[in-house]
Design a protein around this ligand. Structure first.
Ligand code: SF4
Ligand code: SF4
Ligand code: SF4
Ligand code: FES
Length: 947
């Protein structure tokens, strides 16, 4: 389908079809479709202004009038439903006269500056004036008009010029229906009516800059600044957003090799034409002046960098790896891949480690986010992935959100979830903090907010399960048919114990027992219950236990295996799912197959023509510990910034300093690269081919829209390094890597670029049984056969508050920024968030004499840092909260090396701290500033020896 075609009104899901005749053409459409849509399907285009197929029809512009045989008047085709047997005319002398009259009125209050307007040639008003044959306007500009209205340029990415507004309300409806923010209204009536962002400039309003209104606007009233600056695009290439795990599909709209606009793709399976501020607008980092595009090497981190040719850099890196392995043993080197990389890049990273380094020392950043999801789901339901697609939420009757903040972390999916909530689905939120969905989102209020103490997730989920079992709300049939009898009986015994009752756990969790009971009943009693969770589940010492607790809960309530239900891990970065799928854990080959499995090793050994070591390799924390103890000497790190993103920064940097050759492949001199000896410049998502797999297991194409500024796609760099190491790789295109993945991995067996081009995206498993993918998993049986209940004993964390560290610090993210912020900090998104703040409850602030924006020192058992205070009752007394998007904040200087018992995922969400008013930065911050300035100088002062 041509995704640029606008059918005028949304598609309708109806089994019943109706047939009618429009301008002599017979057309059949689902019952409920509008005449306008039916006409469009028949190839007849009806003039329109206020209608567009992403929004419900409104019927205000009166341009789309039609005549219906046997009926009086001229109904609006956008609001009139198609019906069997209708005979419709879209053209007649009377209709032409009426339409011309409407257009004349619009144009008489519109500047006639088409030739110099930024959207000349890409304006629906202009198109409609042509379509209705308007040649002159009888009314002059002498009367009242809006032509002098002031332009609002406050938003960094788009402008609002009310002089061009035709008050069609498409922007207002987009903000309500598509985004769910309700930032815009039409103020006043009649001639006085105008679009208003709450009588504020856009930047000061509730607007979250998603751009839906800009996309919906048929005129140049709301328009991207990039279009004003560069003009309209001349071609477009479909690709996938490189930010979060929603995986929105976009059209990169180009002029030559320059991106001038990113517009969400209507056919995108994850986003259906919607986007957030990051994907739509925050792509400027790809051409930021900080990008390094020439390889660099140096002997010591005290030396300036030497800019060298690719050949020299690659040969130097390979010779260092070989030297180090010869001196310290084959296990002294390893690699870390990233969820920012494509599937193909991650696959090559683990391949170079296993085949080129000869060990299994490959880990990925999922270690520090969703590794407990992989472990917990594999144990209970047999597959390390979410069970549903995003659209499934539209069938949910009750939604439980645990430790996630979708409106900030997964904004496009949040918009879909908000739509379902506005339709009446119930909402339970389990979170220590009042996220926006609790009661700060228009027309949404959580039915229950279980405001638990940080670190008591497992106690809470056990209590919910206890109530369901105790009150006889279990789905007996589901458990009997779909789950293991024996594990259920053992678990039943455990969960029924009164120690798991909400009354017993109340003193631990802080949740009133009565409230928890009501929430448990609601979840169990509604037909379709779904659970969405984030890092507030996984980043705990009991992260894996909690994931298993979630699986236990959906099994006893029968909430898996159909639409509207399921376990939905909201993955943070764009390719967390894919990075895990591609075998970038030290114990697993692609497709989650253990390295100790003889048959799996034999398969890969024969395809790769090499031996594969049969012992699991080092995890990230082990690599760091072994570096400090002198055994691990070289790290190849692509796309990941462990010096900022991993816990206990001083431990990480000490480990990096202890290595002899750190190789970083990235766009910028990130925090880790400051400790590197080889810098291999990376390519941005706009400069390469590949695929990302989002939180719904949806594999989507990343397409190269411009040549790599560094000269190579990232997979090519890994290939060059492998060849220099002596393990040959000879892929000509990223598609060949995916072909190899498909050949060796059963769940990817049917995936190819050709099929992705045809289907847009595919949710794995994709194989002979499901050649077009699998939106919902575990329909008739679990991947492991019967579901397995796991004992989820609550074990309080060892990270305890005491007199010295009386508060718990927890962390999260914010809409404008992405992870460590290396990309978004190099965009205009800083307008919304230019520093990390520490949120503190008014009571705790008052006790410490802390006022709004005061500098406060935060001390933990690991270290200390200084941030400015934001006083808010969003956090509960005893809890402080911060984000980690700016390196100088040092949020991870404070976090400890406590971690999940099963996977070593750090306990980011629980750090005991003290907070005091201070007047200067911490020692760490002062040292950091000096060190990073020096490192930037080392790049500037580096010698150029490229040839
Ligand atoms: S950019 Fe998004 S949030 Fe802002 S007004 Fe437009 S639709 Fe609403
Ligand atoms: S700003 Fe654009 S979309 Fe909004 S009412 Fe005006 S013309 Fe319509
Ligand atoms: S950041 Fe996430 S929600 Fe926003 S556009 Fe990109 S993929 Fe979509
Ligand atoms: S398009 Fe139908 S009334 Fe505006």
């Amino acid at each position: 389908m041509d995704d640029s075609k606008d059918f005028g009104t949304p598609s309708v899901n109806s089994e019943k079809l109706v047939t009618l005749n429009i301008d002599g053409v017979d057309v059949t459409v689902p019952e409920g479709a509008s005449l306008m849509r039916a006409a469009s399907v028949a190839g007849v285009s009806v003039p329109k202004l206020c209608a567009t197929d992403s929004l419900e029809p409104f019927g205000s512009c009166r341009l789309c009038l039609v005549e219906i045989e046997g009926k009086r008047g001229y109904p609006a085709s956008c609001t009139t439903p198609a019906a069997d047997g209708l005979v419709v005319s879209t053209q007649s002398p009377k209709l032409a006269e009426l339409r011309k009259g409407v257009m004349e009125l619009y144009i008489s209050d519109h500047p006639l500056d088409c030739l110099t307007c930024a959207t000349n040639g890409d304006c629906e008003l202009q198109d409609m004036a042509g379509a209705v044959g308007l040649r002159d306007v009888r009314y002059g500009y002498e009367g009242e008009n809006h032509l002098d209205s002031k332009k609002d340029e406050s938003n960094p990415y788009f402008t609002f010029d009310p002089s061009k507004c035709i008050v069609c309300s498409r922007c207002v409806r987009a903000c309500e229906e598509t985004q769910g923010t309700f930032a815009l209204t039409i103020d006043g009536r009649g001639f006085e009516s105008k679009v208003s962002a709450g009588n504020k400039d856009f930047i000061d309003s509730e607007c979250v800059s998603c751009g839906a209104c800009v996309q919906a606007c048929p005129t140049a009233t709301l328009i991207e600044k990039s279009i004003e600056e560069h003009g309209t695009p001349d071609r477009k290439v479909k690709t996938t957003c490189a930010y979060c795990g929603v995986g929105c599909s976009f059209n990169a709209e180009m002029q030559g090799d320059k991106v001038v606009r990113m517009t969400p793709n209507k056919d995108g399976g994850a986003n259906h034409g919607h986007s957030c501020v990051k994907g739509r607008f925050a792509w400027g980092y790809t051409t930021h002046k900080d990008r390094i595009t020439t390889p660099m090497i140096r002997k010591s981190i005290k030396d300036p960098w030497e800019k060298v040719s690719w050949e020299k850099a690659i040969n130097y890196a390979a010779s260092e790896i070989k030297r180090i392995q010869k001196k310290y043993g084959f296990n002294s080197v390893g690699a870390i891949s990233s969820s920012r990389c494509t599937n193909e890049e991650v696959y090559l990273m683990q391949k170079i480690v296993r085949a080129g380094f000869g060990n299994n020392n490959i880990d990925t950043c999922a270690r520090v986010c969703h590794s407990p999801t992989g472990y917990g789901l594999k144990q209970t339901i047999g597959e390390s992935a979410g069970t549903q697609n995003f659209d499934s939420v539209m069938q949910s009757d009750v939604i439980m959100i645990i430790g996630a903040n979708p409106t900030d972390g997964h904004p496009v999916f949040a918009s879909q979830m908000k739509r379902r909530l506005r339709e009446g689905a119930k909402l339970i939120i389990m979170d220590p903090r009042e996220i926006d969905l609790v009661d700060k989102t228009p027309h949404i209020k959580a039915d229950y907010h279980l405001k638990l103490r940080p670190s008591t997730n497992v106690a809470t989920i056990n209590s919910i399960a206890h109530v369901i079992v105790e009150e006889g709300l279990t789905d007996q049939n589901f458990v009997k048919e779909r789950c293991e009898d024996e594990s259920f009986k053992i678990w039943l015994n455990f969960i029924k114990d009164s120690k798991n009752s909400p009354e017993s756990m109340e003193s631990e969790t802080g949740i009133p027992a009565d409230l928890l009971r009501k929430a448990a009943r609601l979840f169990a009693n509604e037909k379709n219950g779904s659970i969405y969770y984030g890092l507030g589940v996984t980043e705990h010492s009991q992260g894996s236990t909690m994931v298993m607790g979630i699986a236990n809960l959906v099994m006893i309530t029968g909430n898996v295996g159909r639409e509207g239900v399921g376990i939905n891990p909201l993955r943070g970065q764009n390719n967390v799912q894919g990075a895990c799928d591609m075998g970038s854990f030290p114990h697993e080959l692609p497709g989650y197959r253990h390295v100790s499995d003889l048959a799996t090793r034999a398969l890969f050994e024969s395809a790769w023509n090499t031996k594969i070591y049969d012992e699991p390799g080092l995890r990230i924390p082990n690599m760091l510990d072994e570096a400090i103890s002198g055994k691990f000497k070289s790290l190849y790190c692509e796309g990941e910034d462990i010096a900022q993103s991993d816990p206990d920064t001083q431990h990480v940097t000490h480990a990096l300093e202890s290595m002899e050759c750190v190789i970083v492949q990235d766009l910028f001199l990130n925090e880790t690269a400051m400790y590197a000896h080889v810098f291999l410049p990376g390519s941005s998502f706009l400069e390469k081919n590949g695929t990302f797999t989002n939180a719904e297991r949806r594999i989507s194409r990343v397409r190269k829209v411009m040549a790599p500024k560094n000269g190579y796609e990232d997979w090519e760099i890994t290939q060059m390094l492998s060849n220099a190491l002596g393990y040959p790789m000879n892929y000509k295109h990223a598609s060949e890597i995916m072909d190899e993945v498909a050949q060796l991995t059963p769940t990817f067996k049917g995936v190819s670029y050709e099929k992705l081009d045809k289907l847009e995206s595919i949710q794995w498993p994709c194989n002979d049984e499901y050649p077009e993918g699998t939106p919902t998993m575990h329909i008739d049986e679990f991947v492991r056969g019967k579901g397995k209940f796991m004992i989820t004993e609550y074990v309080p964390t060892s990270e305890k508050v005491n007199g010295k560290f009386p508060l718990i610090m927890t962390t999260g993210r914010i809409l404008a920024h992405y992870n460590v912020g290396a990309q978004t900090r190099r965009t205009k998104n800083n307008a919304w968030h230019d520093e990390d703040l520490i949120e503190i409850h008014p009571h705790d602030a008052e006790e410490r004499g802390i006022n709004e924006r005061d500098w406060v020192g935060i001390n933990s058992r690991s270290g200390d840092t200084v941030l400015r205070a934001k006083i808010t009752s969003r956090v509960q007394p005893g809890v402080v909260y911060t984000t980690f998007h700016h390196p100088v904040s040092g949020a991870n200087v404070i976090t400890t090396d406590n971690s999940d018992w099963a996977t070593n995922c750090p306990e980011f969400k629980v750090t005991a701290v003290q907070v005091t008013k201070v007047t200067q930065p911490s020692n760490w911050q002062s040292n950091y500033q000096k060190f990073s300035e020096k490192q930037i100088d080392h790049v500037k002062n580096g010698e150029e020896k490229v040839n």
